[in-house]
Design a protein around this ligand. Structure first.
Ligand code: HEM
Length: 211
């Protein structure tokens, strides 16, 4: 059963476990099933806020992740490259870490608030460039969080999971982060909005195509 959408949102499959892709689907930027890789990687490149060559790099990196997301067999990779990634069949695919991630979303794509609280526990009060402070995680704290997630998964964690993780929370920090340098942080409030409401902050929406 897809998640209950709010009226303005499109339903997204629980078999899409990626919070970023879920928000892209729910808000209509990409379809929920087969999405051609130029469309998917192009949309993510726009969301990144990069321009020129850097934006092209984001697009290429995303393409490389998406092309193996539904399976590693040569036939599947060719199919992904030519027809697209199947976003409602990502669960149990090569990128699924089976509980070695944050566990904010369970296998039915329900949000676990206690896991958001756990994530917040790795962070600290950060200086918001727009004024005041808010709870957030810097790159260093995200590293600690990811290492703790691996440890929690114990024997179920594979050696290559940290490589997959590099494309998740650290990339989210890059795209959604506030502030610069070592002080750049991922706002826990915005992570909650992304997972729970499947919404991007306005400054990210502004980078995406007008719908
Ligand atoms: C800028 C682009 C992206 C960002 C910022 C992003 C971010 C994330 C984050 C933060 C998680 C959550 C990990 C956790 O709960 O610990 C995640 C999970 C996941 N992402 Fe993405 N993602 C992006 C692109 C993609 C693409 C292109 C695909 C594949 C087509 C993908 C597939 C997945 C999958 C399968 C998971 C679940 C991993 C698991 O449960 O272990 N993501 N992503």
């Amino acid at each position: 059963m897809p998640d209950d959408p709010t009226p303005a949102q499109i339903a997204v499959s629980p078999d899409n476990p990626c919070p970023f892709l879920r928000a892209l689907v729910v808000n209509g930027y990409v379809g929920g099933h087969i999405v051609p890789l130029p469309k998917l990687s192009g949309t993510i490149a726009m969301a990144s806020g990069e321009t020129g060559l850097k934006q092209k790099m984001v697009q290429i990196e995303t393409w490389m992740v998406a092309v193996i997301a539904n399976g590693l067999s040569p036939a599947r990779v060719i199919k992904s490259a030519t027809s697209g990634a199947v976003l409602d069949e990502l669960r149990n695919g090569p990128l699924d870490k089976h509980g070695a991630g944050s566990r904010i979303l369970d296998v039915d794509a329900h949000v676990h608030e206690d896991e958001i609280e756990r994530l917040a526990g790795f962070g600290k009060e950060c200086r918001n460039p727009d004024g005041g402070t808010e709870r957030g995680l810097t790159a260093k704290e995200i590293d600690t969080f990811m290492a703790a997630n691996m440890k929690r998964a114990g024997a179920a964690a594979h050696w290559y999971y940290p490589l997959l993780m590099k494309g998740e929370w650290p990339v989210l920090l890059k795209i959604l982060g506030k502030g610069d340098g070592d002080e750049r942080y991922l706002s826990v409030a915005e992570v909650r909005t992304l997972f729970v409401e499947k919404r991007f902050p306005d400054r990210i929406v502004a980078r995406l195509p007008k719908l």
